[in-house]
Design a protein around this ligand. Structure first.
Ligand code: ADE
Length: 425
């Protein structure tokens, strides 16, 4: 549904879904005490008065709380989806109907619509871009250089986006500050590991209802997301195999108790594959060829490029939907390969993404990174900036407080010891 034929104010599936969205957003809010406190402060202090802001994010109940916090802080905010399959249509409807936040996102939108929404976001002439995967940031650099003068800076949510920003920096085209939210401790330690770990298995189970206990599960990539997926799969009783290209991470996986081997060796053994590398074609035709009949493949990395689905589709004699987000590819050999969520982020395609309790910290980082950009407008060098340690620690302290957990503080003697080099044995 679009608001008008000429210049739509929003583009969502169905505004009538707003009531359901509101109920789900409120439920998520129970697990987001840190962002709630930030939102309450923003509502008083209005740090974003006069700021045009675009957020390209998965449109979920958690993103709704971030958007509401920014809007309450005075931002003229507009939201688009960061992935064609991750939008929760009821949430989009509620943001439009109840909070007057323009949203351009429909679950299942095609690539052309996705690209058009990126252009609509840039038509908003943002002063701040919150990005998840760096599509809006890359597009403003490629196509809208004239708008860079209005841009205070950007924030980036995910590893894949950070890799892209680093490549932009190397090419000399990152001419504004970009806040590296992903690498904040209170982000990747929790969101990438526990968030991806739980929500990926949640997506697989919702899509297939398969039993994980006793299955051979290959986790492709042992970054923070891979660690989370492997740990949770092991917890569900699976026999986990890790594949890696980085020798240090491979040793880590071995010492965490997993078998590590090349994909060529793992492929014939696995019942289920989970890709979380951020890289392209980590599962390829030579791997499909040797898979067990009925092997399931899915991805929890940001883009849908990890599994070479084009080649799989070209080989298949038939592709049929067997359940929502579950397609069976029949191979000429008579065997089949089952693909979940069209190779897109399975945790957001078939489930609801990371649970609110971890997104609370991720989005507290986003909210405070935006405030930091505004407070330091014109003072930050172009390039990637870490989230300041004070912000990271403040988020951790607020989270602990909300959890009702107290911790120790250093004694004066310990502070002195930690600051001196003269005291040895
Ligand atoms: N990325 C992963 N899970 C998410 C969620 N629940 N909301 C927004 N972005 C996410």
């Amino acid at each position: 549904m679009t608001a008008t034929l000429t210049k739509p104010k929003y583009e969502i599936k169905d505004i009538a879904l707003a009531a359901k969205g509101k109920q789900r957003i409120e439920w998520a809010g129970r697990e987001m005490p840190v962002l709630r406190q930030i939102q309450e402060r923003f509502a008083k202090e209005k740090p974003f008065a006069g700021i045009r802001l675009v957020a390209c994010s998965h449109i979920t109940t958690e993103t709704a709380h971030l958007a509401i916090a920014l809007k309450n802080g005075g931002a003229d905010a507009l939201l688009i989806a960061s992935n064609p399959l991750s939008t929760q249509d009821d949430v989009a409807a509620c943001l439009v109907a109840d909070y007057d936040i323009p949203v351009f996102a429909i679950k299942g939108e095609d690539n052309e619509t996705y690209g058009r929404h990126v252009q609509i976001a840039l038509d908003h002439r943002p002063n701040i871009i919150i990005d998840d995967g760096s599509d809006v940031t890359a597009t403003i650099v490629k196509e809208r250089q004239d708008q860079l003068k209005d841009l205070i800076g950007t924030t980036e949510e995910t590893t894949t986006g950070i890799v892209r920003l680093l490549a932009m920096f190397k090419d000399g085209v990152l001419s504004f500050p970009a806040m590296n939210v992903n690498d904040a401790d209170t982000k990747h330690f929790f969101d990438n590991r526990y968030g991806t770990g739980q929500s990926t298995l949640d997506g697989i189970i919702r899509a297939t209802n398969v039993l994980l206990a006793g299955k051979n599960i290959v986790v492709v990539g042992y970054g923070w997301c891979g660690k989370g997926a492997a740990m949770r799969a092991k917890g569900m009783g699976a026999n986990v195999i890790v594949t890696e290209v980085d020798p240090t991470r491979a040793i880590e996986a071995v010492m965490d108790g997993f078998r590590v081997m090349p994909m060529a060796q793992a492929a014939p053994q696995a019942d289920l594959f989970i890709t979380v590398t951020g890289n392209k074609h980590v599962i390829r035709p030579e791997h499909f060829d040797v898979m067990k009949d009925g092997a399931i493949v899915c991805n929890s990395g940001h883009f849908d490029i990890e599994i070479d689905l084009k080649s799989l589709g070209a080989k298949a004699t038939e592709v049929k939907d067997v359940r929502p987000f579950t397609q069976e590819y029949k191979m000429p050999s008579g065997k089949s390969v089952v693909v979940l969520g069209e190779g897109r982020l399975i945790n957001l395609a078939a489930a609801e993404g990371h649970p609110s309790a971890v997104m609370d910290m991720s989005f507290a980082n986003q909210a405070l990174a935006c405030e930091y950009l505004v407070k330091n407008k014109g003072k930050l060098k172009p390039g990637l900036h870490s989230i300041p340690e004070e912000i990271d620690k403040e988020i951790a302290s607020l989270k602990l407080q909300a959890m009702g957990i107290a911790i120790d503080t250093l004694t004066p003697e310990q502070v002195e010891y930690m600051n001196s080099w003269t005291m040895g044995t």
